[in-house]
Design a protein around this ligand. Structure first.
Ligand SMILES: [Zn+2]
Length: 398
């Protein structure tokens, strides 16, 4: 294989246009940098399957064009790492929950340069939520002395399944936001191109990019909070299913004639393992406590708090085992506020998964706590926005 054809994608064989091949190879280098941040030239060659000499030439061209910078690595050796230029633009991640909005701005070298979290009234309207996101974005950009036109990609995280066209696809889960095309509403308010994605999917992307799931191609991120949802990364890609509802683990039935769920079904996992259920179970004997307080008491040895968290892990483990039998992930990353209980939740979950899953599907499964904590969704939104910056947008800014 000659060096000019090495690693060439389909359609660029011998006789293909040399300039098309060059730009295809350049696009692969840019793709590796925008999805992974700073890399050495050796890592770039490995990730793109291009020859080191080809990578070196491309890096040189991109440096001259101002699209990439050389950075100092962790050992302090200058010029060892290549990254997209921090002056080549910004991306925005916006995490919109039922009672908060969190906005983070990052440069293309994967550094978060500004972020702000704001509490909103529970069940706030879409208009209020987007207005708050717009406010925060203005104040963060003002603080950086940057115009809004510097933001070349944005991603909005929502706690509900999202259709391919950017609408919520299960209207009962976000009443009041029913039938609204979130992508176009957000683009109108923010004046930016906006991708809309489910929060658990973005938790998975965030953990796969910067957290517990780095370099793992088959993983599940399980959000355990007031809502329960799973984000699936299969063969290195978000798996959304036909209509964006893949991974709605919180609405799988675990008690056939159980309590009514907000989705209209009965006995969903969410009715027996959500934060609200944990609080409700303890309320008659202990009063209404927050999840952080319940976790604190459980760590101090409180038997009631330990029992409720353990039962929550066990019942979630039943649903996780069923999921593992179907998609056989390598890693399950547990996030959301209940994950603060760590082993008090995760050990019973592991036992339950081993009991209910088939050995082939769960034997090598690792179950760990998320590393990004409360920032998993906003950082996932940043990572998803970074991954969707087009080569054209990059070269347009240089
Ligand atoms: Zn349900």
């Amino acid at each position: 294989m000659s060096s000019t054809n090495e690693g060439s994608p389909e359609g660029f064989g011998p006789g293909g246009s040399q300039s098309a091949l060059r730009s295809a190879n350049e696009a692969r280098v840019l793709e590796a940098l925008r999805s992974r941040g700073a890399l050495t030239q050796a890592e770039l060659a490995r990730r793109t399957s291009l020859a080191p000499s080809t990578v070196s030439k491309i890096v040189h061209t991109l440096l001259e064009a101002g699209v990439v910078d050389m950075e100092t690595d962790k050992q302090g050796r200058r010029g060892q790492l290549v990254a997209l230029s921090s002056s080549a633009g910004l991306v925005a991640g916006i995490d919109m929950g039922r009672d908060h909005v969190h906005v983070a701005l990052a440069d293309l070298a994967h550094q978060v340069v500004a972020e702000q979290h704001r509490t909103l009234p529970h069940g706030h309207s879409l208009t209020k939520g987007l207005g708050a996101a717009d406010d925060i974005l203005t104040s963060l950009l003002d603080g950086l002395g940057q115009p809004r036109t510097r933001v070349i990609s944005a991603c909005l995280s929502i706690p509900a399944p999202v259709d391919a066209d950017g609408s919520i696809s299960a209207s009962t889960l976000m009443p009041g936001w029913n039938g609204v095309n979130l992508a176009s509403s957000a683009e109108e308010v923010l004046g930016l191109p906006v991708l809309v994605e489910n929060d658990a999917n973005l938790g998975a992307v965030g953990e796969a990019t910067w957290g517990a799931g780095r370099d793992i191609r088959n993983l599940v991120y399980l959000k355990m909070a007031n809502g329960i949802g799973a984000g699936l990364i299969l063969n290195g890609e978000i798996f959304r299913g036909a209509t964006g509802s893949a991974g709605e683990l919180g609405h799988t039935t675990v008690v056939e004639s159980g309590a009514m769920c907000q989705c209209g079904n009965r006995g969903c996992l969410e009715t027996v393992a959500s934060s609200a259920h944990v609080i409700d179970l303890l309320a008659p004997t202990r009063g209404r406590m927050t999840i952080p307080r319940i976790v604190e008491l459980a760590r101090e040895g409180d038997p009631g708090c330990r029992r409720v968290l353990g039962d929550t892990g066990r019942v979630a483990g039943l649903a996780v085992a069923n999921l593992c039998n179907i998609v056989n992930p390598q890693l399950l990353i547990v996030g959301g506020e209940l994950s603060a209980a760590e082993e008090l939740l995760l050990d019973p979950m592991r036992q339950s998964v081993r009991l209910h899953g088939i050995p082939g599907a769960v034997r090598s499964l690792e179950i760990v706590r998320a590393e990004l904590g409360a920032r998993a969704h906003v950082l996932g939104a940043v990572a998803h926005a970074l991954a969707n910056v087009t080569p054209e947008a990059l070269t347009a800014t240089s």
